[in-house]
Write a protein that binds this ligand. Structure first.
Ligand SMILES: Nc1ncnc2c1ncn2[C@@H]1O[C@H](COP(=O)(O)OP(=O)(O)O)[C@@H](O)[C@H]1O
Ligand SMILES: [Mg+2]
Length: 221
């Protein structure tokens, strides 16, 4: 389903050029759950951004079901990304001024769904992630685990085919992390979802279908 070939990414900085991705080939099958592990600075976050079309590679291609996504121009790429991919970030990146419900509705409203459509979709998802009793709370009134559940619900609101999660439990204690993993497993089992999860947790990685190790901008296995 996802085919990355020869991905390169470098950044120009005041100290010169940094090569962050140095030739990555990766195939991910439909419905597969793939873990990405590697030390800090290995390029995991950059890889997720490129796989999800948030950031253009300096070289190489990413194909989704055969479509080379970076041949899509601005609005077409945005549309593809919104329909196809849900992102969960390490720092949940919820909007602090808005309630859980409003945060989850946001991608639907941006995709021009009406409030009448978006409210029940978002409510149902918050119930699915176990937060039916917290929909009016703002992020600051929620625990870290609850915030990440809201972020997961938000990532799912447009029914993506792929969920990309970048250290979704990186800031949570081990008990709360375990609950988030179980939630991700539940979500995977109830929908046809392909998942790529960057994790520091061996416990989570061992429960996925496959784990790839990133070292210094390359994939080792
Ligand atoms: N926008 C950027 N400009 C310059 N360097 C960057 C940028 N983004 C990431 N890097 C560098 O790329 C390397 C890999 O970063 P990242 O993908 O965040 O790694 P990881 O998620 O594995 O910790 C780091 O050395 C980081 O400093
Ligand atoms: Mg990272």
């Amino acid at each position: 389903m996802i085919e990355a070939r020869g991905l390169m990414k470098n950044f120009g900085t005041s100290d010169g050029r940094v090569d962050v991705l140095r030739g990555i080939d990766l195939d991910i099958g439909r419905g597969e759950r793939v873990g990405v592990v590697g030390t800090s600075g290995a390029g995991k976050t950059t890889l997720m951004h490129v796989l999800g079309g948030l950031d253009r590679p300096t070289g190489g291609t990413v194909r989704f079901d055969g479509t080379d996504i970076f041949t899509l121009k601005g609005a077409a790429l945005d549309g593809f990304r919104n329909r196809t991919i849900g992102f969960v970030f390490q720092f949940h990146q919820l909007l602090p001024e808005f309630s859980a419900l409003e945060n989850v509705m946001m991608p639907a409203l941006v995709a021009r769904k009406s409030f009448r459509e978006a409210i029940p979709m978002a409510t149902e998802l918050l119930e699915e992630v176990g937060l039916g009793h917290r929909i009016k709370h703002k992020p600051g009134q929620l625990s870290g685990g609850e915030q990440q559940r809201v972020a997961i619900a938000r990532a799912l609101v447009l029914s993506p085919r792929v969920l990309l999660a970048d250290e979704p439990t990186g800031n949570l204690d081990s008990g709360t992390s375990g609950e988030i993993y179980r939630l991700l497993e539940q979500i995977h089992s109830t929908r046809e979802l392909t998942m790529v999860i960057v994790t520091h947790s061996e416990a989570l990685a061992s429960r996925l279908d496959r784990v790839v190790l990133m070292v210094d901008g390359k994939v080792l296995s």
